[in-house]
Design a protein around this ligand. Sequence first.
Ligand code: F6R
Length: 609
Amino acid sequence: MCGIVGYIGGQEASPIIIEGLRKLEYRGYDSAGICTLNGGAPQIRRAEGKLINLEKILTTTPALGTRGIGHTRWATHGRPSEINAHPHKADGIVVVHNGIIENYLKLKEQLVEAGHQFSSETDTEIIAHLIDEHYRRCGDFEEAVRSALRQVKGAYAVAIVCQQEPDKLIAAKFGSPLVVGQGQGEYLVASDIPAMLSHTREMIFLEDGEVAVFTPEKMWVTDLQGTLLEKQSKTITWSPLMAEKGGFKHFMLKEIYEQPRALADTMAGRLQLDEGDVFLEDLNLTAEDLAGLDKIFVIACGTSWHAGLVGKFYLEKLARIPVEIDIASEFRYRDPIVAANSLTVLISQSGETADTLAALREAKSKGGKTLCICNVVDSSIARESDAVIYTHAGPEIGVASTKAFTTQLVALYLLALKLGRVRGQLSAAGCQQKITDLLTLPRKVEEVLELDGSIENIAKNYMNARDFLYLGRGNQYPIALEGALKLKEISYIHAEGYPAGEMKHGPIALIDENLPVVVLVPQNATYDKVVSNMQEVCARGGIVIAITSGTDERLRQQVSALIQVPELDDDLMPILTSIPIQLLAYHVAVLKGTDVDQPRNLAKSVTVE
Ligand code: F6R
């Protein structure tokens, strides 16, 4: 996720901004930039790669001045490059931005018509030009910012300076975090608290739709209409490390809690509710290509492979195309039969996993089309695939994948909807219904996150078990596999995921009063079947932890613990039931005292075979 730092006061801005950006490095980024004001034209310096590259440029060509804004960019629109790095400028207006502007294509068309010329592939540059357009008309920086932001749809946190009004810095937010730091004769603004902690602990938290205007001496906050608002500062007592984790004990927990936002970002700008369709911006495959497909391969490793298993349900159900799913390290050596009219979908959070990359090359060499679902813009797999659907999860730092997994499921769902529409398997009305359900997902995930305390209590009761079994049917079977993987990788407890109906063919021999069995049993077509599988466990004295959307009293009475998730369309239920299995694994691991964010023997990106 991108980082923003802004400064206005009596000291040189650029060292303060660089120091702040360094504190945000943990968020991940691929380019960085800064702009200061010193009486003349805005001094913009930008560099691809790490902050050190920007610092080298600043050593030879310093950016001077006591006002400035800086940014570390995690690419979403446009590849990582100097040209796409922030700040972006339009005449005297300079902007840094976090978030995604959903209506950027429409705004860009209007601005091009009005004579604006663009030099980057980013959605951010649109904001700079839009403010500039208003500034030309009204000649008032503050008013121009508010007018522009009233036109913008999507998520943003922005910091803006203006050459013609150098004694003001403006910041605003909607859907992306932004915090103001109040110092002595100076103000800072940043996307995250750690960037400012060495200067001040007095923080003012901006809310959505608020615009803060700073001079070195004072600050005021208005809404987007210009009405003045009262704001109170808060004293932050966090340690710097706590601050990096946003006050959460671990990155993994922070990332679990980021899921409502990550899921919404992955849908942003892609749902066309009125038309009953889906727009996938980097899908370089024509409607003809998509309509002509007669087979899909889905290839990935680990958690991403589990996402692929759910994806098979989506693609076969909504687009009616046969799907073959493979683990990348198997696919690459089995001499697969890949026809020209097939599509190979590679799923990878990092985009660098060696086996998945090799599988991609294998599929390409055999002539099929390739598409990747990836979280890292311009990663090797994204570069080499014919088409890409980026998940907008933001960087995932905890080694155990959480938000990357659930956003992969959303991306697969969007692909299935698109293929369903192109191939005439899904009507516009049917797609509208699916989109309507999808839009409720972030709120329902928030509801599940509220169960955190009760899931922690369940973890306390079963943390000493030697083994766990996870059972699910249909699209919940991959979630059973994912639950078992999450638990083993961070708590080091042996766990297995099994199709619920398969239990009687062997694993039932394991059941006794010491084995917790997590049963995924949402209210769906196979509910009764899973309940009878669960009863087979209960009849043998096993411990059942049920995750259900039903309100069946019989179930409640039979199980040792019950986690109740809200009702949701069955296709999307795997995303919802993923949350309790993540939280259960997390709490068991914390109680056992393992290194949750960096479990032993594991690496975040597996770039070796
Ligand atoms: C488990 C986990 C791994 C990865 C796997 C593939 O929590 O994170 O199983 O899913 O190593 O990684 P990517 O998705 O980067 O290709």
